[in-house]
Structure formats: C-alpha cells, structure tokens
Write a protein that binds this ligand. Structure first.
Ligand code: CDT
Length: 312
C-alpha cells in the first residue's frame, strides 16, 4: 500500500518590525490549528518565521539585533507553545528562525520537529544571497551576508514520519546542486521556507517574472530529483516592502498539487503519496544507472564560470 502523508504549507502574511515574538507565535498557532483541522500531519512554516525579514534593514547595534531577532534557545519561552500544541496534535513541523549559538555564531536556520515534540534535524542556510555592505541608495537592503554565516551542517536528510525528508531555505531553491545532494541521500520530501521580495534589488524585473521563476524552479527541482517539494512563503507588505506568496506543494511529477492564493496567513494542504516517485527513481532518474559523476568534476572544483573553449 502506498505511503501517504498529509502535508500543509502554513504561509504567513507580513510580520512587521513592531510585531512581537509572541504575536508571531500566536499566528503560527492559529495556522497550526487550521492545518490540524485539514488533517495535516506535517506543517511547513516559512523562513525566519518569528520576525520580520530583518536583513532588509541596515542596523549597527548588533546587541539590539540579537535581542530583537535572534533565538538563543529553541524552543524558547514563546516557541514552547508551538512545540506543545503540535505535540498535542501529533503534528511534525519545519520552522525557520535566526539562530544565535552559545559560542556566538549566527545562522539562518530551520529545524525539523517530530510529532513527539523532539528536534529531529537542523539545517543552517548555505546559499546566503544579497550583500554585506550598506547600500544607502537602494530601496531596501538584502543583508543576509552581514547578519549570517554560511551554514556549517551541509545538506542532509532525516528519517521523518515514515519518509526521508531534507530541508533547504529560500535562496537554496535556486541551486540545483542543493537538491541533487539531498536526492542522492534518498530525499522523498524537501521542505523549504522562503521570503522573496517582489522587487529585484539589483535590476528592474517585472514581479510576475519573479513569480514565474519561482514556479518553474520548484516544478523542475521536484521532478528532476523525484521528490515532493513543499515551499512556504512569508509574504505581503512587510513594513511597506512587498514579498510574494505562491506557497507550493509540488509532486515528484513536477505538477503543482496545491498553491496559496493570497499574500496573507493561509494554509494549503495535500495528501502526498510518498511512493509516487518510486517509478521515476527506478527509471528516468535512476541515479545509479545513469549519472556520470566522472564528467561532473567542474561542479565541485570550480565556483564561478570561466570561459574555457575546448579548441583553445
Ligand atoms: N530569503 C532569501 O533568500 N531571498 C532571496 C532573495 C534574493 S534577491 C537578493 C531569494 O532567493 O528568494
């Protein structure tokens, strides 16, 4: 009999600078209850789901940044409520937050929490977009390179609720390498939270084109890696800066099984057939039979593109 897992993407609308951690958790709890009402057993919350997307602000007082935006413990006094409620419902979840470690390192982090409330896995974001310097002329900043270190835990998967599940965060979804490393460990589900500005910081681009890229990436990454993919947005006008929604649950066939319609708090849910990918994994994307890593060396040896014509 095919394995099924009912998965929800619990999208958040904007969390403003003035919103407290407690207010964020209350909204997460409301979304969790709604997901429970839909029968979900695994709920994917967004990236940095406890605060505004603070890397859009240049801030110099690091102690203040730490106090307002970073978690020193997980669960902490406010987030404990979310752990307790999820455990009561027997729901596992993915949660993104800013992590400050005991020895002073800062990461953009996601955790996988089992239905018993225990933390099963942790991922620290590896592809940090944006810049570290202040761009005073820009409408907003994207300072992930200032506030976070590159994740030090690699791309991993965990046995989770009868599946093999991996985690990524936001900008990772633009890099095929990240998905392939998870797929090579047998990923059946990839969970990912995101905050994506509707406006491109670097050059003018129609917002619809940015959404188009988001959709085609999700569909191709899920299909080419024969995995379910759940991508959950924090969306809407946060302190006046718009981020798009379009939270998604994508099947290993590359088809969109569910998609959010708003830029507000919204739950989407799908009963995922985890074995749907079995045929793909044994045929077209049978990695053992068809991959040719001896010809992929450049992928790990070279970071930036260099023009290297074969006839020179
Ligand atoms: N949060 C995050 O990683 N956002 C990026 C924005 C890139 S534009 C500097 C994303 O890839 O969606």
């Amino acid at each position: 009999m095919a394995r099924h897992l009912k998965i929800a993407a619990a999208q958040l609308g904007p969390l403003h600078k003035a919103d407290s951690r407690g207010a964020a958790v209350s909204r997460l709890l409301k979304l969790l209850r709604e997901a429970h009402g839909m029968g979900a057993k695994f709920v994917v919350f967004p990236e940095l789901a406890l605060t505004t997307f603070f890397p859009r602000w240049w801030m110099e007082d690091q102690a203040e940044v730490d106090r307002r935006y970073f978690e020193r413990e997980m669960p902490g006094p406010e987030t404990q409520l979310l752990f307790d409620e999820a455990k009561k419902f027997g729901i596992g979840f993915y949660l993104g937050y800013a992590e400050l470690t005991r020895d002073g390192h800062r990461f953009n982090t996601a955790i996988l929490v089992g239905p018993d409330g225990s933390i099963i896995g942790k991922y620290r974001k590896i592809h940090l977009p944006g810049h570290a310097d202040h761009k005073p002329k820009a409408a907003f900043q994207h300072l992930e390179k200032k506030y976070f270190e590159v994740g030090d835990l690699g791309f991993r998967v965990w046995k989770f609720m009868g599946t093999i599940t991996g985690m990524l965060i936001c900008n990772d979804r633009r890099w095929p390498e990240a998905f392939r490393v998870l797929a090579l460990q047998g990923a059946e589900i990839v969970a990912l939270g995101f905050n994506t500005p509707s406006e491109n910081l670097h050059y003018p681009e129609p917002p619809a084109l940015r959404v188009h890229h988001h959709l085609i990436m999700a569909q191709s990454m899920a299909f080419q890696n024969a995995t379910w993919l759940v991508e959950t947005a924090k969306a809407g006008y946060e302190d006046g800066f718009r981020m798009f929604g379009h939270s998604l649950i994508v099947a290993p066939t590359g088809e969109i099984a569910a998609k959010s319609q708003s830029e507000e708090d919204e739950v989407i849910c799908h009963n995922c057939d985890i074995d749907l990918a079995a045929n793909l994994k044994q045929t077209m994307f049978n990695f053992a039979a068809h991959r040719r890593p001896e010809h992929y060396r450049l992928i790990v040896d070279r970071v930036g593109a260099q023009v290297t014509p074969a006839n020179e």
